[in-house]
Ligand binder design. Structure first.
Ligand SMILES: [Zn+2]
Length: 237
């Protein structure tokens, strides 16, 4: 049997942690126990010491991103063109994010018909745009004035109808990670972004040696120190 790829194990741990949190209602300690049991069952050469930090991290983060059984969504050539034609970096990211969210909701519910009803705060967080509440409304209005989106008529319903889905056009870009949609767009446009070697989140490439996001870099350093301390202790005894 081929030895399992650590990156794949980590991705399974992340998915499982979210599953236990969202579907089974487990809290951190229970999740850690279950992940440990999962590793025992599936990996003959599992050493709890090597994985304890990783397991704790996944258990702690389980609540952060909702479980998504959707493997990802396709964006078509015509949609990419429409977004590029906006020719305004921030509005492009916002439009791309809305498009991905509409596709995701269509996947979850076939009667969704290209609607998005996430909060403005959530949309802007995913789009990686930092701005004031006033600017948030303004930017959405700009997209509406371009005919790209429409708002639901009810005042108490914050739904946005995304009007530029071109389902007959050729699927070109597959988006499987919804954590930083704004950065997915920047990567597509050729900006220097890479995926963290541990958790896969997009980060700006600031040097050739950069491999991890800040959180994972910290974890990796802690893991190294832990092993060093362990070896050091063993030698002394
Ligand atoms: Zn990371």
């Amino acid at each position: 049997m081929e030895s399992p790829d650590p990156a794949q194990i980590r991705s399974s741990l992340g998915l499982l942690a979210r599953y236990y949190y969202f579907e089974s209602g487990c809290q951190k300690e229970d999740i850690m126990e279950k992940l440990d049991a999962f590793m025992e069952r599936h990996y003959p050469r599992y050493h709890p010491v090597d994985w304890s930090l990783s397991i704790e991290k996944h258990a702690a983060r389980a609540a952060k991103y909702p479980l998504c059984q959707c493997p990802g969504i396709w964006v078509t050539q015509q949609e990419l063109q429409t977004i590029s034609d906006i020719n305004h970096k921030v509005l492009e990211r916002l439009a791309f994010t809305l498009l991905c969210l509409a596709r995701f909701r269509n996947f979850r519910n076939e009667n969704n018909h290209d609607w998005v009803n996430d909060s403005n705060a959530e949309i802007y967080k995913l789009a990686c745009i930092n701005t004031t509440a006033f600017e948030k409304d303004l930017k959405l209005s700009q997209l509406r004035d371009m005919g790209l989106i429409a708002f639901a008529k009810k005042v108490d319903n914050p739904s946005i109808h995304v009007l530029f889905l071109h389902k007959e056009s050729e699927p070109v870009l597959f988006i499987r990670d919804f954590r930083k949609l704004g950065l997915e767009w920047r990567l597509y446009k050729g900006e220097p972004y890479i995926r963290c070697a541990n958790c896969g989140i997009l980060i700006k490439k600031t040097s050739n040696s950069k491999k991890y996001c800040p959180e994972c870099a910290q974890l990796s350093a802690a893991q190294k120190k832990y092993h060093w301390d362990l070896q050091h202790k063993q030698r002394r005894h």
